[in-house]
Structures are given as structure tokens and as C-alpha cells.
Design a protein around this ligand. Structure first.
Ligand code: 5GP
Length: 112
């Protein structure tokens, strides 16, 4: 089932888009947890990592490199940042369209 992120991909609702190509879109999180908080989303509707398949290997590999590219674009790569993807209820996932949080721009607390 489509989510609010599909509406952002389709430009039906606004978002502060920082990057877009044929496969991915990245935009600022509406409720940032750090100075930089960007969501990177494959346009393909996959619920989360638990629902990805071998068909998605290329897409998910490209996603990792795209995340790194966006972090460089945002100028946070040298000081460092965190990448998070939440999966299902215990993981804290609230929007069921696979997405990766890029969090940085400041020193982050220990998480894992
Ligand atoms: P999750 O909790 O599923 O890992 O992450 C969902 C994220 O989407 C949250 O950090 C939340 O703040 C963000 N979010 C939810 N709705 C919107 C929206 O309409 N616009 C934007 N830019 N971010 C949203």
C-alpha cells in the first residue's frame, strides 16, 4: 500500500528535496533529530529491508553509494554521520516505504 512518501515522490505533497535521480529521492525530514536529517528513498515501493529480495540487490547497492554521495553533497562526510533504517514496530518504523535516515551535522550520541 502506498504511503506519504509515494506522494512526495509523485510531487503530490511538498518536501525539501535535496537530491533526485531516476531511482532515488532524498529530502529533509519534517522532524529532524539533528542539524542534518535527510531521508533517502528508493522510488520503488518496498516496505522495508525485510521485504527486499534478490531482485533488489543492484538497487540497494546503488542506494548505499547514493547515500554516500548525498552526504558528500551536504558536506557532512568528513566529520561523519550516521545511516539508519528502521524495520517494523520494534525498529521504530512509522512509514512503511523503505527509507534510510542520514543523520549528522553534529556529534551524535552512542547508539550501537
Ligand atoms: P521511520 O520512523 O519510519 O523510520 O521514519 C519516518 C520519518 O519520516 C520520520 O523521521 C518522520 O519525521 C518523517 N516524516 C513523516 N512524514 C513526513 C512528511 O510528510 N514529510 C517529511 N519530510 N518527513 C516526514
Amino acid at each position: 500500500m502506498s504511503t506519504i512518501f509515494k506522494k512526495i515522490i509523485d510531487k503530490e505533497i511538498p518536501a525539501k528535496i535535496v537530491y533526485e535521480d531516476d531511482d532515488f529521492i532524498a529530502f529533509e525530514d519534517i522532524a529532524p533529530v539533528a542539524k542534518v536529517h535527510v531521508l533517502v528513498i528508493p522510488k520503488k515501493e518496498i516496505k522495508n529491508l525485510d521485504n527486499a529480495t534478490e531482485d533488489d540487490i543492484m538497487l540497494l547497492g546503488k542506494l548505499q553509494l547514493t547515500i554516500a554521495k548525498i552526504a558528500r553533497m551536504l558536506g557532512i562526510n568528513e566529520e561523519g554521520y550516521r545511516v539508519v533504517t528502521n524495520i517494523n514496530a520494534n525498529g521504530g518504523q512509522t512509514v512503511y516505504h523503505i527509507h534510510y535516515h542520514i543523520i549528522g551535522g553534529e556529534k551524535l550520541g552512542v547508539m550501537a
